[in-house]
Design a protein around this ligand. Structure first.
Ligand SMILES: C[S@@+](CC[C@H](N)C(=O)[O-])C[C@H]1O[C@@H](n2cnc3c(N)ncnc32)[C@H](O)[C@@H]1O
Length: 209
């Protein structure tokens, strides 16, 4: 048994619905590795239980796996706003969200989060940033003013398969360059407290002071 298998046997089950979504994602979608899985999903739900946000923002819905996990942790009056730029994703994802037990807690938008979020008049208590790795700084600067004091941002993939250790990423590798620039910015940003968890592909937990 691997340590990953051991972990999955000793944490909460993800449940039949999410198992089925994960399977369907692997059968029907390109890049299924982008979806949060069992461990990260349970972690996201646990964060929501700990932080107890009323309003959650997600940038990058993809198949809806992480959205459903966070919605599962939301209180009765909570709401999750999730944004997906790829309109071809809608036919797959919308039924999975709308047929779930959390349909009334999720607002699913198709479009560029960078354009659509500024048009909403909502303050968020938690934001899960999981969109285009080249745009993390733009997402961050857009989200921070829309975050409540003491609110949290969770940024995914911030270790980028270890590529962040490359001193000089190739100039065409804009994702590695983007993530490194984001990590450097967060490290020296006195507006926030931060910690990086080496879970899966790296999760940075950022708290607005
Ligand atoms: C890693 S996947 C999200 C995975 C999902 N959050 C999960 O954990 O299961 C990233 C998604 O972000 C979407 N995306 C990229 N840029 C975006 C933007 N500016 N606004 C909204 N979605 C975006 C991509 O199309 C892709 O589906």
């Amino acid at each position: 048994m691997t340590i990953d298998e051991y972990i999955l046997r000793h944490i909460d089950d993800e449940g039949e619905y999410l198992k089925a979504l994960y399977r369907d994602t692997h059968i029907k979608l390109l890049y299924p590795r982008m979806a949060s899985g069992h461990l990260q999903g349970r972690m996201l739900k646990m964060f929501v239980k700990m932080i107890r946000p009323r309003r959650i923002l997600e940038i990058g819905t993809y198949s809806g796996y992480s959205a459903l996990c966070m919605a599962e942790g939301l209180a009765e009056d909570g709401m999750l706003y999730t944004f997906e730029i790829n309109d071809e994703q809608e036919d797959f994802t919308r039924p999975w969200l709308e047929n779930s037990a959390y349909a009334d807690k999720i607002k699913f938008y198709i479009g560029d989060a960078l354009e659509m979020i500024p048009q909403l008049d909502v303050t968020f208590d938690l934001a899960f940033v999981d969109g285009d790795k080249r745009k993390y700084i733009e997402y961050y600067e857009m989200v921070l003013p829309r975050l409540s004091d003491g609110g949290y941002i969770i940024a995914d993939n911030t270790l980028w398969d270890g590529h962040v250790l490359e001193e000089q990423p190739h100039r065409t590798d804009l994702q590695t360059i983007g993530i490194k620039a984001f990590n450097d910015l967060i490290a020296q940003d006195s507006r926030v407290e931060k910690v990086i968890l080496p879970l899966r592909d790296g999760l940075t937990i950022i708290r607005k002071k």
